[in-house]
Design a protein around this ligand. Structure first.
Ligand code: NDP
Length: 619
């Protein structure tokens, strides 16, 4: 065991830990809001236009309401829905239907076509079913158009189009005990019946808006990034690429209608940092309203895929790479296959894990904390070097632990603030933008008159606000709504099933393993749930329902372990990882503390047992 003083010496070189703690505490307190998650407005009712308009549909589908019976209904046609369809098809289950609100597959990659939209982690680990579809992304980080195209590819490869009802929104589902079936009602007056239902609506698919006073008073164009108004900005989804070329008619390569426009962007999360450089390049003036600085490092370009490397990959390479990525992130890998900005950052942050065996849990926690400060300190120094005006650089510096928010990587974002047409407006003191008027945005007592407001304010995270996150009611046995059933917190076996909701499965952030690569995280959940459905069908079961005992056991594992994360989450600046500082219901406060890789091992061992442990089957 290492002596505590040695550990402290190793860890603290270059860092004044107490000063960092104090500064982070101050920065957190400045942003903590009493109203927590309810500071946001759901894109529903009067605000539904921010989420409902679909400019990508060629024509509306006209069809008769469906009242037929199917074996499995999958709600959602994004990554999880597509992977579910592929799994069901491969398992020989042909009676299934996917229900999707949009006009095509893709989920968030159908909607998010804003300039710069791109997967921010490596495409080779993020895009689903690359080996199965024999497809290799063109570059290390695919742009949105390629990801959307890949979703269509998966749809064709597994012949999912004929099993899918597009432009159809589920209005509610209800369990009918007598027939042991779910009734699925939609906005098209459908009342389909299904033995099994899988809710795969995505982990953050519903846009959310900030509850800023006067938000409806603004008279100019304003939209959420997931519903980008190309009519107003010019350009088209093809100009999402930094290197997009003009099509000769002045259209494709630029947001060509912004040359004389003043634009406000509210939000500097993963989306904000991707679209702001394009606005900076093309608009007359951009005001970026920043509440919390993102931890943004340079990404180091976007290399094209090396064909020789791609040709020589061995079967099973994608899963191996995905697992390796998650292992690197937690400091448990011997090699680094992805070898990029993400893995370098986490290798740096988790270097102390090599000495983990010699440390007490307290020492480990201390090393983790200091190590995260050191990495953020390095990012701060990078910002200082990239930014000409040091006042702006100070405002761009993050002051929280690396694990508090999803870090960002972008080569053009930080340098954009050196441009004379870009102004950073720090709104941290007022805990967000103060007010919106008919002409613009008010911050720090000053009105910024603008032609357009863009909300890069993120999405409802289903676990935090389950009701709006999934967007429809789920009524189980005895007329109990899932929202009442989970009113005091999620209760589940492995995050996907709960007592009183037979044959019902949930895919997403829940009481399961959180993975930085959501493509991988969802893939393994889908694999597990389709296994259960397949086994239940093979065993002739009409009903598969979790036992209270199994659920209790899993809930206590989650709750006990979540205490380990608690001090870290409490110290964090508000965000969706910690439910805006209120913890309960934040993604990380409910997840399996040992992470996605260990969680997947739990699932694998469970499948190996082969007896659907914790489920009651009724024939
Ligand atoms: P986020 O929730 O991460 O960011 C929202 C932003 O809006 C934050 O900067 C937030 O500030 C700010 N904000 C909210 N309310 C106000 C207010 N009243 N005044 C001023 N600012 C405000 O949303 P994103 O859309 O950026 O990202 C969501 C998730 O989507 C990501 O975490 C990621 O998982 C995913 N994503 C993935 C991509 C990929 O490549 N795979 C690409 C883009 C997104 P504050 O931080 O202070 O709350």
């Amino acid at each position: 065991m290492q002596n505590h003083n040695t550990v402290e010496k190793n860890a603290t070189a270059e860092i004044d830990v107490e000063a960092w703690r104090e500064k982070c505490r101050q920065e957190r307190d400045k942003r903590l809001r009493e109203d927590g998650e309810s500071q946001y407005i759901h894109a529903l009712g009067d605000f539904s236009e921010y989420a409902d308009s679909d400019p990508f549909i060629d024509k509306e589908i006209i069809r008769e309401p469906l009242t037929d019976e199917i074996e499995v209904v999958v709600i959602g046609g994004g990554f999880s829905g597509l992977m579910a369809g592929a799994q069901l098809r491969s398992r020989g289950i042909s009676s299934f239907r996917i229900i999707e609100a949009a006009g095509d597959f893709g989920g968030c990659w159908y909607w998010n076509r804003y300039p710069g939209a791109q997967c921010d982690i490596e495409s080779y680990v993020y895009l689903p079913l690359l080996e199965e579809t024999d497809y290799m992304p063109k570059e290390k980080y695919s742009f949105a158009a390629e990801i959307f195209e890949h979703c269509q590819r998966v749809g064709h490869r597994y012949d999912l189009y004929r099993n899918t009802c597009f432009q159809t929104k589920v209005a509610g589902i209800e369990w009918d005990d007598e027939s042991s079936r779910w009734i699925i009602r939609t906005n098209r007056n459908d009342a389909m019946k299904a033995r099994f239902v899988m809710v795969a609506v995505g982990v953050g698919s519903k846009p959310k808006l900030p509850g800023i006073q006067g938000i409806r008073d603004f008279e100019g164009p304003n939209f959420h990034t997931s519903h980008w108004d190309f009519e107003f900005t010019g350009g088209d989804p093809g100009c999402a690429r930094w290197d997009a070329k003009d099509d000769g008619e002045g259209g494709t390569g630029k947001l060509d209608k912004l040359g004389d426009k003043v634009v406000a962007v509210i939000g500097t999360g993963a989306t904000g940092i991707q679209c702001i450089p394009y606005l900076a390049r093309d608009a007359k003036q951009v005001y970026v309203f920043q509440r919390t600085p993102n931890t943004v490092s340079l990404r180091g370009g976007n290399p094209e895929t090396d064909p020789e490397w791609a040709e020589n990959l061995e079967s099973g390479w994608q899963k191996k790479r995905q697992e390796n990525f998650e292992d690197v992130v937690i400091g448990k890998a011997q090699e680094d296959l992805v070898d990029d900005c993400w893995t370098h950052l986490f290798t740096e942050a988790k270097a102390f894990m090599k000495r983990a065996g010699e440390m007490t849990p307290e020492q480990l926690m201390f090393e983790a904390e200091v190590s995260e400060y050191k990495v953020v300190n390095r990012v701060q120094k990078e910002i200082e070097q990239l930014i000409d005006n040091q006042e702006v650089a100070e405002a761009l510096k993050p002051w929280y632990r690396l694990s508090c928010k999803r870090p960002g990587y972008n080569d053009e974002y930080i340098p954009a603030f050196n441009r004379s047409n870009v102004a950073l407006v720090d709104v941290s003191e007022s805990k967000g933008v103060e007010k919106i008027t008919k002409d613009g945005v008010v911050a720090n007592g000053k009105e910024y008159k603008v032609d357009c407001i863009i909300f890069a304010t993120g999405f409802e995270i289903a676990i935090t606000d389950f009701k709006t996150g999934i967007g429809f009611d789920v009524v189980g046995r005895n007329g109990v709504s899932i929202f009442d059933h989970w009113a005091n917190g999620i209760r589940s076996l492995h995050g996907h099933s709960t007592v009183g909701f037979p044959n019902w499965f949930y895919i997403g952030f829940s009481q399961n393993g959180f993975g930085l690569n959501q493509g991988y995280m969802l893939q393994e959940q889908v694999k597990h749930v389709t296994y259960i459905i397949d086994e239940a069908i093979k065993r002739g079961a009409k009903v598969a329902e979790v036992t209270l005992e199994a659920e209790d056991e899993w809930v206590s594992i989650i709750r006990e372990n979540s205490m380990v994360n608690r001090p870290v989450l409490e110290s964090c600046t508000p965000g969706f990882y910690n439910n805006e500082g209120h913890l309960r219901g934040g993604i990380l406060s409910e997840s399996y503390a040992l992470g996605v890789r260990e969680f997947n091992k739990v699932l694998e061992a469970w499948r190996q047992e082969g007896n659907l442990k914790g489920f009651m089957l009724k024939k």
